[in-house]
Design a protein around this ligand. Structure first.
Ligand code: IFM
Length: 474
């Protein structure tokens, strides 16, 4: 029971998040199509440890166990994704009813367990059929935004009578950056100027998907999960402040502004125009961002989904052969708190981010669609996982959320990334983000200490005081 003096509202969504390709495995089951990640992971050297999603956490078969985990922890929400390549094996055309049956069962079971589903429609497993070649197609093609809307129509027509919260796209900036700019993620394209085209089509896909959701879901709440990185200047200098603002445009405002109906920000537009010209991209933004596109993108956003992990500390820098943007992400130096992936842990930046979004984007409701850290603790002699650093991480970040709520932000929920250790894309299975440890050889799940800690907060709405010796649950 949420206690009356809690900062969190009684209907707060306390959840955990996953995505289809990262946990499901069973890539050939039920008529599933080939996804861009099935193809990309076969390229030698692109995934640390040579992993892929063929087995992952075996959740396509063990999904009922995953729901039991949510229940044991005591969560009332689950953000998961429907597999795009499962539902639309050929990219366009007929939807695969067997895949939809699978997600239908999952939704019914979640609802029966009192857990609210939040469904992500694109968590990166695009059907390979939408690629035209190794270097073209996918989100570079405008037609992919239309194909995405067809898929969204199929999913929401089937599940929209029971699911009201929909997240169309996951992390448009990361898709643009890692998938099309530097080629570290599928489809592995390295094309700086054209990456902005891919990003635009991801946003256009959101706008077109909204139309389908509106038609299929009576009381829908539609959002996008944005990877938001607060950009802070490395020093007090005006040059570093300008660099941080430029980086903010590139990473954050380029997505937030059009999605909230105000069109692309002029400063970042000018920056991209300069890059396209310098890199001899051979096109102009006006040829890609067509009249009417910004209206489509800004059509509807009921909540802003926030994927918050860390910040970017930015210093002014000269553009040159190895530097396309006029800043360097220098990171903080020194002995500061970091996850096992080296990411700085700065919970107060989450508080500030929530307040900024509330202020700058019309007090729109906010949902933290992802927040978590890599802490690679494994079972000890007592077979339990004493991930005390994740406990401290959760405590710090939930405190930041509670403070932001008390200071006026409307935050509807918090989804911890992730319910399970899972396939972390190009980093393979090394990073462990889960509330539950997964033994990949057997598929066995073990809830970590952090899961029980988080569950207690979810049940009571109270965040325990710091305790350096946390061994609370037997
Ligand atoms: O695992 C990813 C997820 O798929 C998207 N957001 C960031 C997570 C951690 O890197």
């Amino acid at each position: 029971m949420i206690q009356p003096n809690s900062a969190f509202p009684a209907d707060f969504l306390w959840g955990a998040a996953t995505s289809a390709y990262q946990i499901e495995g069973s890539r050939n089951a039920d008529g599933t199509g080939v996804s861009i990640w099935d193809v990309f992971t076969k390229r030698p050297g692109v995934v640390e440890g040579c992993g892929d999603g063929s087995l992952a956490c075996d959740s396509y078969r063990r999904w009922e166990e995953d729901i039991e985990l949510l229940q044991t922890i005591g969560l009332n929400a689950y953000r998961f994704s429907t597999g795009w390549s499962r539902v639309m094996p050929d990219g366009t055309g007929v939807a695969n009813q067997l895949a939809l049956d699978h997600y239908d069962r999952q939704v019914d079971a979640l609802l029966a367990a009192g857990i609210t589903p939040l469904i992500t429609l694109n968590h990166w497993d695009m059907p390979q059929a939408l690629m035209l070649s190794e270097t073209d197609g996918g989100w570079l093609a405008r037609s992919t935004a239309e194909a995405f809307a067809l898929y969204v129509d199929a999913v929401t027509a089937r599940l929209g009578d029971r699911v009201s919260r929909w997240i169309t796209q996951c992390e448009p900036w990361i898709v643009q950056l890692l998938g099309y700019q530097v080629g570290l993620h599928a489809p592995g394209i390295k094309d700086l100027p054209r990456s902005v085209i891919a990003g635009h089509h991801v946003l256009l896909g959101h706008g077109l998907a909204v139309e389908a959701i509106n038609a299929n879901v009576a009381a829908a709440q539609i959002g996008v999960a944005l990877s938001l990185f607060p950009c802070t200047p490395a020093s007090d200098s005006a040059a570093d402040a300008k660099a941080a603002w430029g980086s903010d445009g590139y990473v954050n405002r380029w997505y937030l502004d059009p999605l909230t109906g105000r069109g692309y920000p002029a400063d970042t537009w000018a920056l991209w125009a300069e890059i396209i010209e310098r890199e001899q991209g051979g096109f102009s933004l006006d040829e890609v961002i067509l009249p009417g596109d910004e209206e489509i993108i800004g059509r509807r956003l009921d909540f802003i989904g926030i994927n918050y992990y860390t910040r970017r500390v930015c210093a002014a820098a000269e553009v040159g052969p190895d530097r396309a943007f006029p800043w360097a992400v220098v990171g903080p130096s020194g002995d500061i708190a970091r996850s096992d992936e080296g990411w700085e842990i700065v919970p107060d930046q989450l508080r500030q981010l929530l307040l900024r979004l509330d202020r700058d984007y019309d007090h729109r409701p906010l949902i933290i669609t992802e927040n978590g850290g890599v802490f690679c603790d494994t079972p000890m002699h007592d077979r339990r996982v004493h991930d005390n650093r994740r406990i401290a991480f959760i405590r710090g970040h939930l405190r930041a959320v509670a403070e932001a709520i008390s200071q006026g932000a409307t935050v509807l929920g918090y989804m911890h990334w992730s319910l399970l250790d899972n396939f972390e894309w190009a980093l393979g299975y090394r990073p462990r983000f889960g509330l539950s440890y997964v033994d990949y050889a057997t598929g066995q799940r073990t809830l970590k200490d952090s899961a029980y800690f988080y569950g207690e907060i979810a049940r009571t709405g109270q965040i325990p005081a710091d305790d350096p010796a946390i061994v609370p649950y037997g």
